[in-house]
Design a protein around this ligand. Structure first.
Ligand code: UD1
Length: 394
């Protein structure tokens, strides 16, 4: 029902007021939850119409959203749509941020031109220029903007003006791109820093939000509570494969630059040599690498149980005693696999994640012995896997 305020001449204000969370911070953060694979809980969210409308957009896209006081819980796992309903898009300017988020998440986005306060022409040409620079098509026709990209790639962007919305949209889209993006002449408003802080809390590799130059590593995977010094051998080998790795005190961010190349031959040896437990997963990670390499085990005589299983996926591997040679990348296809030991089981999961189709891995108990909910951890990073019960035959 339309409302009106009746305002009378008032005395000077005194007392205490609590400032609520900022609209211009919460709206981009809500759009950014689309990039997450697990539920997000946001505190101190104002109960304002733009938030209500943004939650309606998220629900329309398939997310479940709940409010409890000023706390919002967003579960993006049911996400299935990539078009924002016109009435909701038209209700506020911030709906434009779904373009960047949807593009990063699905490679496609459609939106009728956003509304908002009539304080100027408010074009979104800078936003669309940024999407195009990242490799997307971005066209406007009949008041609807459509963006599409088979693959987004990192790019060096210079915004024509320090637009708040264009900076946020470019940040969101860049997270779905392969490689590094720099945004120059970025807006420096506090809401940009807030969006950056949220994205970093979700694992994004992003620096400089709130300054005129923002750097984003798209497609990065960040491990928290890691011990970089203990993994020096593994980190070195991954660096040989074309991965860029940045370590913090207890974080490791890994990002692949271009195609994976085969590492130099690896030999597992006692610490500080290359760890025998890391070799199965490293070998599986190399199945798509360009070039040849080999893996030699010096500690356990029967460590390569998983190699014949990886061969069922089509992997070009040959074993000669304690050395397994990888003859180059082959297209992998789904297979029925049997995990025979813990680390080898994890290698099968990684191999199956690279194979076309849906593989079945038996012997899951071996994997469960050593990994705390591997399924959920990998799902949260975008992997497609699920545990199913096997009917017992009598
Ligand atoms: C955001 C805020 C708004 C605030 C404004 C400036 C949200 C939802 N809205 O709006 O409350 O008043 O920042 O702090 O966060 N421009 C173009 N082309 C573009 C984009 C912008 O020409 O593609 C121009 C605009 O017309 C305007 C100027 O750049 O003259 C600044 O706009 P921008 O910083 O983008 O503001 P919004 O993100 O729309």
């Amino acid at each position: 029902m339309p409302a009106a305020l009746l305002v009378s001449k008032s005395p000077p204000l005194c007392g205490e007021l609590t400032v609520h969370g900022a609209k211009n911070s919460v709206l981009p953060i809500l759009a950014a939850t689309l990039l997450c694979r697990t539920p997000c809980v946001l505190h101190n969210c104002p109960d304002i119409l733009d938030v209500t409308h943004t939650l309606q957009i998220l629900r329309h896209l398939g997310c479940s959203c709940e409010r409890s006081g000023s706390t919002l819980s967003i579960d993006p796992r049911g996400f299935a749509e990539n078009a924002v309903p016109p009435a909701l898009a038209g209700s506020m300017r911030a709906s434009s941020l779904f373009l960047g988020a949807l593009l990063a998440r699905t490679g496609a986005a459609a939106l009728t031109l956003p509304g908002g306060c009539p304080i100027g022409a408010r074009p979104i040409d800078y936003h669309l220029q940024a999407f195009r620079a990242l490799g997307a098509s971005a066209e406007e026709e009949g008041g609807t903007v459509r963006c599409r990209a088979d693959r987004l790639h990192g790019a060096r962007l210079r915004l024509p003006g320090p637009s708040v919305g264009a900076t946020e949209n470019a940040m969101l889209a860049a997270l779905g791109a392969d490689g590094c993006t720099t945004i120059e002449n970025a807006a420096c408003e506090p809401e940009i820093a807030d969006l950056g802080a949220f994205l970093c809390a979700c694992g994004a590799d992003l620096r400089g939000a709130g300054t005129p130059r923002i750097e984003i590593e798209g497609g990065a995977l960040t491990l928290r509570r890691a011990a970089p010094a203990s993994c020096a051998g593994v980190i070195e080998v991954l660096g040989q494969c074309g991965c860029r790795i940045r370590c913090g005190h207890d974080t490791i961010s890994i990002h692949r630059q271009g195609p994976l190349t085969a590492c130099r031959p690896v030999t597992a040896r006692p610490y500080p040599g290359f760890p025998t437990d890391a070799m199965p997963v490293l070998l599986a990670a190399q199945l798509g690498a360009q070039g040849k390499t080999s893996f030699t085990e010096t500690i356990f005589e029967n460590r390569f149980l998983y190699v014949q299983e990886l061969q069922k996926l089509g992997a070009k591997l040959s074993q000669d005693g304690r050395t397994v040679r990888l003859q180059g990348a082959e297209p992998l296809h789904a297979a029925r696999l049997h995990a025979g030991d813990l680390r080898g089981g994890a290698a099968l999961v990684l191999g199956a994640m690279q194979a076309e189709g849906e593989s079945t891995i038996f012997g899951v108990k071996h994997i469960q012995r050593g990994y705390d909910n591997l399924e959920a951890a990998l799902q949260s990073a975008g992997a497609r896997l699920k545990t199913v019960e096997i009917p017992i035959k009598v």
